[in-house]
Design a binder for this molecule. Sequence first.
Ligand code: CO
Length: 260
Amino acid sequence: MAERKAVLVVSFGTTYRETLEKNIAAIESAVAAAMPERVLRRAFTSGMVIVRLKKRDGLVVDTVAEALDKLEREGFTDVVVQPTHIMNGDEYDKLRAQAAPFAGRMRLRFGAPLLTALEDYRALCQVLMEALPAPEAGEALVFMGHGTGHFANAAYAKLDYMLRDLGWDAFVGTVEGYPTLEEVLHRLEERPDLRRVRLYPLMIVAGDHAQNDMAGDGEDSWKSRLERAGYGVRCHVAGLGELPGVRAMFAAHALAAAEA
Ligand code: CO
């Protein structure tokens, strides 16, 4: 009997259905298209998102363990697990821990998160610089990453340095890590020529953080705080998964894992 092969694409998940389709489903399709010999499956790492989707929409999404358990029972013997996580942080650790018990029971390989090797940072910078309009004179791009207490948080500062080294007036901040908007505001103050800001989420989906913490009208949103600091602000509420170049990066990581 031929070996049954699958690719399991694992996301944090989102309860925003439109961004789920535009970003998570779009990445899944790109990964599946790159490996047509494999059956595509989906899992989320956020238990909270899984519970809410089921309760509110009746949409059932597996955890990593559930998805692998099903694949094993269906006779799949070769599985590539491709996260859509941006970095090697808590959600990726969780994925690896949930998958670990299956390692001896099937051929199991893991694709890397978006920002893993140095080349990934260069590739993401290139994707962003090709897909987004370059900052005009007097304008800065500010990206909102999620951020984490995990040591992988250093990824944001690395990307922040690289974007400016490549010649863009661009800054990266985070909601829950470092740098925060506070540090971004300091960087902007050092450049009095910059008077306008374009805000983008540096997240795979444009969920709660992007729509409320970044672009919301509440007084603590990044948009409101930047406006109070005197900047003209424009917000672009779209997940990174909407960029074909980002989808291609995930597909390439999955292929590299399959061929390893
Ligand atoms: Co969050």
